[in-house]
Design a protein around this ligand. Structure first.
Ligand code: V47
Ligand code: SF4
Length: 362
């Protein structure tokens, strides 16, 4: 490959010989205008780790409440209890929502919500055990690290005990939300009430210690710098070296509509692809990089399968968080459509469950 950015030549040598990239390499990648060069290198790593497989999952998102005690500036989803469009689903409503998809073959519920001011700890344990009872074969990926700390605070139990009790009730893994950007400087501005990066990492470490896999995310395209993004990825890579329980990394493009940062505008296609590629290159110990099509759009998610991503997430069906912030993508995609996107990209579609067991090869 002929690089138009000479800085990539040194990085290519490291990638080809399987050597780890460092902070300076990360900054060069982030600053590089040679998108095809960066994508080419990420594709080498992607194919080394995952061949031509492109994973997807048949899943359903449930957001049990939009009421939240925090007011993160990038969030268009949360409401205060007194707002007209605030909602909270009691357990029977959560089950009703879950049962709306009876008869469809799906393998995961992805459940996240706001930090509700008054719902008791028992609500969360009961939600998980009721879903487990009624859907014994569906994996329950629920509650971000931020929610786990909230449950710890309202119950007076440690995060370890909360995780153990939820696991005993049927929790299968934690989603990757709430990581945002670990930089304290940025976090103080965009989500001052939220747990800091250290606490987020500590919850994931505890989850890994008790045998729960987790995902990780990074929210980019707001007020963070290239340095903040590279730091974030390196902190995740160190954490993964220590505990090894992360399955997937998902870079999340900031959607500004209805947030305090409307003036920032949406991320560019170049930035979105570069974040996918940079994640694949820096996170050499993460098995999977996900292009969450709901955030990137179907078209870019499809192209990202040649820029480092090996996963498109899933059928989803109903998504509230990004759509509150102006996402114009569909709320869900059929399995058939996901398979078409993958085939057309020259990849091999593989339906997976949450922990990447193969459900079917198409
Ligand atoms: O933590 C909130 C982000 C996350 C906005 O683990 C926003 O497989 C963009 O983490 N623009 C929740 N992003 C969603 C999430 C997720 C999604 C899909 C799969 C997985 C997984 C995890 O959404 C939040 C926050 O970082 N978010 N507001 C916004 N305006
Ligand atoms: Fe609440 Fe999460 Fe939105 Fe922050 S991002 S306001 S914690 S729902």
């Amino acid at each position: 490959m002929k690089f138009t950015d000479n800085n990539l030549i040194k990085i290519a040598e490291k990638v080809e010989s399987g050597n780890r990239l460092d902070y300076e390499d990360g900054l060069m990648i982030d600053n590089s205008a040679d998108l095809l060069g960066v994508g080419h290198l990420a594709n080498i790593v992607r194919e080394r780790i995952n061949g031509s497989a492109a994973y997807f999952i048949s899943n359903r998102h449930i957001n049990h409440t939009n009421v939240c005690v925090n007011s993160c500036k990038f969030c268009a989803f949360s409401r205060k209890a007194e707002d007209d469009d605030a909602y909270t689903m009691m357990i029977d409503k959560v089950l009703e929502e879950a049962h709306m998809h009876d008869g469809e073959n799906f393998s995961e519920f992805h459940i996240v919500g706001g930090l509700h001011p008054t719902l008791p700890y028992s609500y969360y344990v009961e939600m998980i055990s009721s879903l487990r009872g009624e859907f014994p074969n569906v994996h329950l990926q629920a509650f971000t690290a931020v929610e786990i700390v909230h449950l710890s605070m309202i119950s007076g139990k440690s995060t370890r005990v909360v995780l153990e009790e939820l696991k005993n009730a049927g929790l299968g893994s934690l989603p990757g939300g709430g990581a945002e950007i670990f930089s304290n400087r940025v976090r103080k501005k965009i989500c001052p009430e939220k747990i800091d990066g250290k606490e987020w990492l500590a919850v994931h470490k505890t989850a890994h210690d008790i045998g729960l896999n987790t995902n990780a995310t990074m929210l980019y395209g707001h007020i963070e710098s290239a340095e903040d993004r590279v730091d974030h990825l390196l902190l995740l890579r160190e954490a993964q070296d220590r505990s090894g329980g992360f399955l997937t990394f998902i870079p999340l493009a900031f959607h500004p509509r209805n947030t305090a940062y409307e003036e920032i505008g949406r991320t560019s296609g170049v930035m979105d692809l570069k974040m996918i590629a940079m994640s694949r290159l820096m996170l050499d110990n993460f098995p999977h990089i996900k292009a969450f099509w709901i955030m990137t759009g179907e078209k870019l998610a499809q192209i990202s399968l040649s820029f480092g991503a090996d996963d498109l997430d899933g059928t989803v069906v109903e998504e509230k968080i990004t759509h509150a912030a102006g996402a114009t993508t569909n709320q869900g995609l059929t399995k058939q459509r996901l398979e078409e996107l993958v085939h057309e990209a020259g990849r091999s579609p593989v339906e997976r469950d949450t922990v990447y067991n193969v459900v079917g090869i198409v």
